[in-house]
Design a protein around this ligand. Structure first.
Ligand code: DAH
Length: 371
């Protein structure tokens, strides 16, 4: 009967006596069975198998067990420890599986829930329209040129043949930079890019120059102190106003579809001679009534006139060519300029300039990426 544990009175330390060890195993098994989570089971392991646990104390007391009892007592303690460890491992497995199942059930992804994706931005319709304008000019073989928004008054006025008394030079129209004699201003038009392009690239030359311009205006439904223009300039031998009209006709068709036609009315600009105001035949009336009809009297685009005023144009003044180092005996040129905000308002039915400035992304979004 070597399995029979020694009697408590056999000179054994109390910690390894059979009732104490058995009680330790019973308490441990009960605690293991009662643990309802892996976290709780961790605590149970510390209490029943840790440094201060009765079974561990029993193991340490083996040193004091008399020789003749060592085998039987050691076996009892070892087997007890084994039972506790085994029960712990089994319960650990059970609880881990249950917790994983629980996690899978609660962490299910509901693909029907609405997303909280961040709203996307949008290109401003002025950008999209400017791209469309550039596409036209690139398509007919012209280059795109840009210039600085802070400009010298020589580039903005003098080189463009503006008289020293020209009204556009006044403080009411032009934003000058301090100090007063700096000779610098915020350009009031994209026309100085004509001068820069001629000076930098020479003739012959075909450029379109889109950009931001500034004027001392209050913001209202049709004005803003900062807006955009595009300038066209062609310099070559043998250019005439017929080339200008042909270019504008093709440009109008690109912008408005259909077959809009350009009409020129006499006007005056210091940098062109002759100068003209350019009108495009109303695309809206044409779309509604065809080309053989009078304009619609109730047209919201042209107001019943049948024409929309687009900007200025003319043959480049010989003094302007000279100022930009181009020989007017050999080269002629035509130029035109128009406001992009105004174009967007007419073409896309924007009623108020302020909608373009306020930066509400919903305004841009409804134009999409192609206008
Ligand atoms: N720079 C003029 C303006 O801001 C527009 C303009 C008129 C440009 C006639 C031109 C032109 O190139 O030939 O009002």
């Amino acid at each position: 009967m070597s399995q029979t544990p020694p009697a408590p009175d056999a000179g054994l330390p109390t910690a390894v006596t059979e009732p104490v060890v058995t009680a330790a195993v019973t308490a441990a098994l009960e605690a293991i069975a009662a643990a309802s989570s892996t976290a709780e089971l961790k605590q149970v392991r510390i209490s029943h198998l840790g440094d201060d646990a009765p079974i561990t104390v029993a193991g340490r007391s083996m040193r004091e067990v008399p020789k003749e009892h060592k085998a039987a007592t050691g076996k009892l303690v070892g087997e007890s420890k084994g039972r506790i460890s085994k029960a712990l491992a089994a319960r650990q497995e059970e609880l881990t599986a249950a917790e994983q199942e629980q996690a899978l059930a609660t962490e299910t992804v509901d693909v029907t829930l609405p997303t909280d994706r961040r709203p996307r931005g949008a290109l401003h319709p002025l950008t999209t329209l400017t791209d469309r304008i550039e596409d036209f000019f690139i398509g007919i073989g012209w280059e795109i040129a840009e210039g600085p928004e802070i400009e010298s008054s020589w580039m903005n006025f003098d080189a463009l043949n503006a008289d020293p008394e020209h009204p556009s030079r006044s403080l009411q129209d032009t934003l000058y930079l301090a100090p007063e004699d700096s000779g610098m201003l915020l350009r009031t038009q994209t026309s100085p890019v004509q001068i820069r392009a001629m000076l930098e690239r020479g003739a012959p030359l075909y450029v379109a120059c889109p950009g931001t311009v500034y004027r001392a205006d209050e913001i209202d439904a049709t004005h803003s102190p900062m807006f955009h223009q595009v300038e066209g300039l062609a310099i070559d031998e043998n250019l005439t106003m017929a080339n200008l009209v042909g270019t504008l006709d093709a440009f109008a068709a690109h912008l408005f579809g259909g077959s809009p036609v350009t009409r020129l009315r006499p006007n005056h600009f210091p940098f062109t001679e002759p100068s003209a105001e350019m009108d495009f035949r109303c695309f809206s009336c044409e779309a509604r009534l065809g080309t053989d009809h009078d304009p619609a009297p109730d047209c919201r685009v042209c107001g019943g006139t049948g024409w929309i005023e687009m900007g200025g144009c003319g043959m480049v003044h010989p003094d302007v060519l000279r100022a930009a180092g181009v020989d007017p005996e050999r080269y002629q040129g035509f130029a035109f300029g128009l406001g992009i905000e105004r174009l967007l308002m007419l073409r896309n039915g924007v009623a108020d300039m302020r909608d373009m400035i306020e930066g509400d992304v919903r305004f841009s979004q409804h134009y999409g990426t192609e206008i």
